[in-house]
Design a protein. Structure first.
Length: 451
């Protein structure tokens, strides 16, 4: 009997010893996702990340370049980075994360888990059942150059030499010049030849100016990059992100005109136009600004509202277009001479709504766009308004029988309506009197009965 009890107790002890192994065996870490800010040009290394899964960052680990379980390494130099270093766009960096399994989980050497960083697969090195290192190589993003501003280019003029000297406003890119090339070209579209320094433009020929611009390290040109030359929008040629070609096409050149000897070469190009004519919404508008320097280049400056009202200013001082809204359009204009002298002035254009009378609109736009009359019939100079006004007068001096008949009908209808109104008033008055009389009689009868 004692032997049986002893054997039973021994079996029970063995079962108890095996329970922790079978019931409390640790599960394997099967996967984990690490999320961290991607490196970008001029940004500092990120020191904060999130881990989604059955493991976490071992923030106590500070070995082999790790700080709080995190390490950035510049692969171009092989040096570890600290929080004050900055990334360079286009360069590669290694991110290392020292991981610690959560309670009840362990890393398996035979079947290592799948670890990703921002959705991309990382390499995992298992140290022991509780620790592993995840590493991945990341390329720092470039910053975008969204706009390129070129200035100082002399527009082509007959008998003038081609200009190969311009300025680039942006500091994030450079003109791509070499010993053999200035990075710019002038193409004669008539003869299909390229001009060199000293070559002169020819009247009647069309020209295209082009310039190559290279982004600096850490920067790139997006697909929708825009560019201007002397404030005018340009055409974008090739664009591979690193190299950009900007082009400006010019129409056929007019014959060169004699230089105005009355204007000193070092004078200020002043606009002599005193005011601008009014405009009408939705109608063509044109005015040519006069300047003391016939060769001055016109451009808008800050605060000008021409584009807001649907108008444009050409470099020759022409304001044109169809106003898209009514209101007061403020215009700030700068003029620049060939020798670099400049001046600025301001105007206001009163734009009226399109609902104004035809005569008023004709007076507004008659001084705008220059037109050539196709009618050979001479006009009376003493009454130009009546000759140009094609809209017949709205008021006639002769009586119209139909109008009189319609007026009589309207008057008769008005009298009928008034008679109906008076009839209803009398009906209401009579009803009120009858009701009041009935009520009074009823009260008197009741009083009589009560007596």
């Amino acid at each position: 009997m004692k032997k049986k009890i002893f054997s039973l107790m021994l079996c029970l002890a063995m079962v108890i010893c095996l329970l922790p192994i079978t019931a409390y065996a640790a599960a394997n870490v099967d996967s984990a996702d690490i999320m961290i800010t991607h490196p970008a040009h001029l940004e500092n290394p990120e020191t904060f990340l999130q881990v989604y899964g059955n493991c976490q960052v071992d923030s106590t680990y500070n070995s082999k370049g790790h700080k709080n379980g995190l390490r950035w390494k510049d692969l171009s130099t092989g040096e570890y980075m600290d929080e004050n270093d900055t990334f360079v766009g286009g360069q590669k960096y290694e991110l290392s994360v020292y991981l610690l399994s959560k309670t009840g989980y362990s890393f398996s050497v035979s079947t290592p888990p799948s670890i990703t960083v921002n959705g991309d697969a990382a390499t995992l090195s298992v140290k022991d059942v509780s620790h592993a290192t995840a590493t991945i190589t990341l390329t720092a993003d470039n910053l975008y150059i969204n706009h390129v501003t070129i200035s100082g280019l002399d527009a082509p003029k007959a008998d003038n030499a081609a200009d190969f000297s311009v300025s680039l406003q942006e500091t994030t890119c450079n003109i791509y010049s070499t010993d053999a090339s200035s990075g710019m070209f002038w193409l004669d579209r008539v003869q299909q030849v390229y001009l060199t320094k000293g070559d002169k433009f020819q009247a009647g020929h069309q020209y295209t100016f082009g310039i190559y611009i290279k982004a600096k390290s850490g920067y790139e040109f997006p697909k929708n990059v825009q560019a201007t030359i002397n404030g005018k929008a340009c055409t974008i040629g090739q664009n591979n992100g690193n190299m950009l070609q900007v082009k400006m096409e010019y129409p056929a050149l007019a014959t060169s005109t004699p230089t105005n000897t009355d204007t000193p070469s070092n004078s200020t190009p002043k606009i002599t136009t005193k005011s601008l004519p009014n405009a009408t919404k939705g109608k063509d508008y044109y005015v040519k600004l006069e300047c003391t320097d016939a060769d001055a280049v016109f451009s808008e400056i800050m605060g000008s509202q021409l584009s807001e009202f649907g108008l444009v200013l050409t470099q020759h001082g022409e304001i044109e277009g169809k106003p898209t809204k009514a209101g007061n359009c403020h215009v700030n204009i700068r003029t620049v001479s060939e020798n670099g002298n400049e001046d600025s002035t301001s105007f206001d254009i009163t734009i009226k709504d399109g609902a104004t009378t035809s005569t008023e609109n004709d007076q507004t736009t008659s001084t705008s766009a220059p037109t050539q009359s196709t009618d050979s019939t001479p006009t009376d100079s003493t009454d130009s308004t009546s000759q140009t006004d094609s809209v017949p007068p709205t008021d006639s001096t002769e009586p119209n029988a139909d109008d009189d008949a319609s007026n009589e009908t309207i008057n008769n209808d008005d009298e009928t309506e008034q008679e109906k109104s008076y009839a209803w008033i009398w009906i209401v008055i009579v009803a009120v009197v009858v009701i009041a009389g009935g009520a009074t009689a009823f009260v008197l009868i009741k009083k009589k009965k009560a007596q």
